[in-house]
Design a protein around this ligand. Structure first.
Ligand code: P6P
Length: 331
């Protein structure tokens, strides 16, 4: 009898050695809600062509971005599935202007910040997209949430993860004790452990940045990118890979090494990516995989956001590559 070693997400979460969390059962219940929302979103993306779910919903969001029909499907799936677990105190969604309350009879102990469908501008072209989430302990001691429950440094996260809707649907997760990848077996609807203890190599040979913004780059960013393109760093010129979907670009960086960058520039001084549900959760994952994530001068996880949709410059990936980048920004 071969050793199938078939470990589902739920089985893995309930195992003691993978979590320093005290309340494993409540956390596993919370994750069942997140996994359900990811399965619903994955299915909606795969059926979009048959069910006229591609295209725009005809509204714009808090960031003045055109909302896709699938953005709404994913956002509703996350909000409904999370509330149904009765483990959530309040939520922040990329799609909603303010903190999302949870009715008292459904209230729990966790705060969730999430981007329900990141990279959705790529959907109609069938390019891979993702969902990103961060899980925090609540701070408020009464039933009313406040800014202190959400405006806090990423170091206070309990856990973080993303779903990648690509050639396969994966859920990549850290509970502060390493990074683990689960692949959706859609024949039975289970996320199954396929990537145990993911690690990013200390040095890569791929850089990932939107070079269309190069006219706006700060001198330090331009000089760093030139150093890895020209070989003046002493290493062979790096390859360029940019999908324009953060989860896809960061997942590739995690597996192949290198550096993903969305810098601040003269057009957007704080860059484009939002701290609470893009930069912080993916920084936690990259750090837990042995990499680094910086705003050019300090670890992203040490930053305290002032608003729930605050944008932040980010350089993340192989530790030696991010350290090299920082040396240009600290000159
Ligand atoms: P640009 C998608 O819209 C997103 O928020 C991230 O997923 C992605 O990394 C970034 O924007 C791409 O932005 O300006 O390069 O198109």
């Amino acid at each position: 009898m071969c050793d199938t070693n078939l470990i589902t997400l739920n089985t893995w979460l309930l195992r003691e050695e993978h979590s320093k969390l005290i309340n494993r059962v409540e956390f596993a219940n919370l994750m069942s809600g997140i996994a359900l929302a990811c399965k619903i979103t994955s299915n909606a993306i795969k059926r979009a062509g048959f069910e006229q779910l591609f295209g725009l919903a005809g509204v714009t969001n808090v960031h003045s971005e055109d909302v896709k029909k699938l953005d709404i499907v994913a956002n509703d799936a996350f909000k409904t599935a999370l509330k149904s677990t009765r483990e959530v105190f309040c939520m922040v969604s990329e799609e909603e202007e303010s903190i999302i309350p949870v009715p008292e009879h459904q209230s729990g102990q966790f705060v969730i910040t999430f981007d329900p469908l990141d990279g959705s501008s790529n959907l109609d072209a069938n390019v891979s997209v993702g969902s990103i989430f961060a899980i925090w302990p609540k701070v408020s001691t009464d039933s009313n949430f406040s800014d202190k429950d959400v405006l806090r440094p990423g170091r206070q996260m309990y856990a973080a993860g993303y779903a990648l809707y690509g050639s396969a649907t994966m859920l990549v997760l850290t509970l502060g004790n390493g990074v683990f990848g689960f692949t959706l077996d859609y024949t039975v609807g289970e996320f199954v452990l396929t990537h145990a203890d993911m690690k990013i190599k200390p040095r890569g040979s791929i850089y990932s940045i939107n070079e269309g913004n190069s006219v706006f780059w700060e001198k330090a960013t331009a000089e760093y990118v030139n150093s890895i393109k020209s070989g003046s760093s002493g290493r062979a010129p790096y390859s360029s890979r940019y999908i324009g979907s953060m989860v896809s670009d960061v997942h590739r960086t995690l597996l192949y090494g290198g550096i993903f960058m969305y810098p601040g520039d003269t057009k957007s001084p704080n860059g484009k990516l939002r701290y609470l549900y893009e930069v912080a959760p993916l920084s936690f994952i990259v750090e837990q995989a042995g990499g680094k994530s910086s705003d050019g001068k300090q670890p992203c996880l040490d930053i305290v956001p002032k608003t729930i949709h605050q944008r932040n410059p980010v350089f993340m990936g192989s530790s030696h590559d991010v350290t090299d980048l920082e040396s240009f920004h600290k000159k």
